[in-house]
Write a protein that binds this ligand. Structure first.
Ligand SMILES: [Zn+2]
Length: 364
């Protein structure tokens, strides 16, 4: 009976954004509101597109920063388990992810990974690895990086825009095609590495919709997007945000703010799918929060395409109306609000949006 009551209390406290520990019969609220900032990289080098690249020197600066500022760098499976079990996260927690498995990650990153021995995850596309082996790391190279802390995970077989339906494709056919993209890639990874690997999935281009999320959940994956924000106890496990850390975002001044940021306690948000209809030029965004305990609603700042949005509050929800029409393609709304209890730290929320053209397509 007591277990049941404590269980309920934990569930309730977790709902309200607190990470709990159970010590004997006591339920102790910790200095909660913590989360994990995940850094996202692609290329390591100085001869690849700047927007998706860090130089080895920049990556080294980032790793040094994490160590010098008392961050605990965790692997994604550990974080997932801690959050699912309601365990307290370290006050400063971070994770490192690298998408696509480019060859330059091995060539220019190996020495750093060997030196720092921090956990990191590489999301690969096995079909692309077969088709263009000169561009991507080999399985042998990936196995070598495993020795330095790498987890090898799933970025789909062929890196397509997964939410797009082909002309004439039924919903069932689309689902089967996407399931194959996910499960065949996982099979290839598990076979090449000799054992079942953690079921971690990064959406190509960070694009997903509720059906895709459901498919991944049904097959026991947790999944990562490319919208910024912090992974906290209320984050849907198939829409985990990451902070881009390449190009203009490699700058340590701005990156430090992101690394220290906290998960806004979001219970639900509208629109439910980041993929909006072509005709939807200015969708209203509504965000329903679990609590307003550690910040002042009046201090919430939201931005879209460099424009300030004015939140309309109704109890624990706020709504945003876009000041300009959505362009074709990906864009995002970002909101931050300072923490009252932790000076210098901000709660962060990002709502990704994709508006297709009339044919249902958009640029990479
Ligand atoms: Zn990718």
């Amino acid at each position: 009976m007591l277990d049941k009551i404590i269980g309920k209390a934990i569930a309730k406290m977790r709902l309200f954004g607190c990470v709990m520990v159970v010590s004997g019969m006591l339920v102790i609220p910790l200095a909660a509101h913590a989360g994990v900032a995940i850094l996202q990289y692609h290329h390591i080098g100085d001869d690849t597109p700047r927007v998706t690249s860090v130089t080895a020197a920049e990556l080294q600066q980032h790793l040094e920063y994490l160590l010098e500022h008392d961050f605990t760098v965790l692997d994604l499976s550990t974080i997932s388990t801690m959050l699912a079990e309601g365990k307290a996260l370290p006050p400063r927690a971070a994770a490192i992810t690298i998408d696509d498995g480019w060859r330059n990650v091995y060539d220019n990153g190996k020495a750093l990974f060997a030196k720092y021995q921090l956990p990191f995850t590489i999301f690969v596309n096995p079909k692309l690895m077969r088709e263009a082996p000169h561009l991507y790391m080999s399985w042998e190279q990936l196995r070598e990086l495993q020795q330095y802390g790498a987890v090898i995970a799933n970025h789909s077989q062929s890196h397509e825009h997964m939410t797009r339906r082909l002309p004439g494709e039924t919903e069932a056919q689309w689902q089967q095609r996407q399931l194959n993209e996910i499960l065949a890639a996982q099979q290839d990874i598990d076979t090449a590495l000799g054992s079942p690997q953690p079921r971690l999935f990064a959406y190509p281009y960070g694009e997903f919709d509720p059906t895709l999320q459901q498919l991944l959940e049904q097959h026991d994956f947790i999944a990562f997007g490319q919208h910024s924000g912090v992974w906290g106890p209320l984050t849907p496990t198939t829409a985990i945000p990451r902070f881009p850390a390449a190009g203009q975002y490699a700058n340590l001044t701005t990156l430090a703010t992101k690394l220290l940021s906290l998960p806004l306690p979001v219970l639900s948000a509208q629109p439910q799918s980041m993929i909006v209809a072509h005709e939807q030029l200015r969708p209203t965004i509504t965000v329903n929060l679990a609590n307003l305990e550690d910040f002042r609603s009046s201090q919430l700042n939201c931005f879209y395409a460099g424009e300030v949005l004015v939140p309309q509050w109704q109890q624990q929800s706020f709504s945003l109306t876009l000041p300009v029409d959505l362009p074709i393609g990906r864009s995002r709304v970002n909101c931050t609000v300072p923490s009252r209890s932790q000076a210098g730290r901000f709660y962060w929320y990002s709502q990704p949006l994709v508006r297709p053209d009339a044919q249902g397509s958009w640029p990479d």
